[in-house]
Design a protein. Sequence first.
Length: 321
Amino acid sequence: MKKILVTGSAGQIGSELTMALRERYGNDRVVAGGRKTKPSAKLRESGPFEIVDCTDIKAVEKVVKRYEIDTIYHLAALLSAVAEARPQLAWDVNINGLYNVLEVAREYKCAVFTPSSIGAFGLSTPQDNTPQDTIQRPNTMYGVTKVAGELLCDYYYKRFGVDTRGVRYPGIISNVTLPGGGTTDYAVEIFYEAIKHKKYTCFIKEGTKMDMMYMPDALKAAFDLMEADPGKLKHRNAFNVTAMSFAPEEIAAEVKKHIPEFTMDYKVDPVRQAIAESWPNYMDDSVARREWGWHPEYDLPAMSKDMIKVLSEKLQVSDAV
Ligand code: SER
């Protein structure tokens, strides 16, 4: 029976993944690790919570030893826009943090799930139908840490036999915890603003396509890959996975179907726009489909409908659906 540690458990993906793992494997078998002293009441009350700064290898080791952890979902990382603003910190958290987790995993024989990202690609990557194995020359600190992370995870598998697995997540859209400083955050903000104020000012330019995914599919990708038959995995880390691809005006049109008064204008942020333009328009995820049966459930209309329903209830705006 698994004993799991989730790093970054208070983050956008971590907060939902931790609860989903607790539901699946039992509350006491999933340790929520985070740097925040005040995790949400739900995380704190439903199972063990430990302060784990992944840049401190001793802190990671202490928790793994104490709870006899055999699987680590390593989600602690800085997103793209924050990493551009604080590149030294991004290196420390995204690279040294991962290195520490892999070292502890090597010693205590843990399996490790680590997300890579669409940010692992760059301007010289083919942008349409981006292949699984292709040119990766990102020009952001986030991208540099993601490519290095993919390679490091492959190395720990080949050299030390650590069971490392991972996906290249696209922008993740969710309704529980806000993302913290990514380039794809507009696709989450738009729903909050549409429900609260019926309008949104988008920081990404019209016509800029990026891959996206609804949280239930992001969780499914992590579960399905970690439970996949290792004999079928030719790749292990950094599988392209996507569920939809759209530009800002396309998601705005979808929102408008549910909230007819909704309007959107643009105030482009040059830093995040440049990052967005260096990322794929849409990835080819056929290798993940083939090797471990990846299959997303939500497309743009299904995701938008659910986001508006759930958020309207959460924000208590009843006339928005
Ligand atoms: N959502 C992430 C970001 O925008 C992409 O991996 O940084």
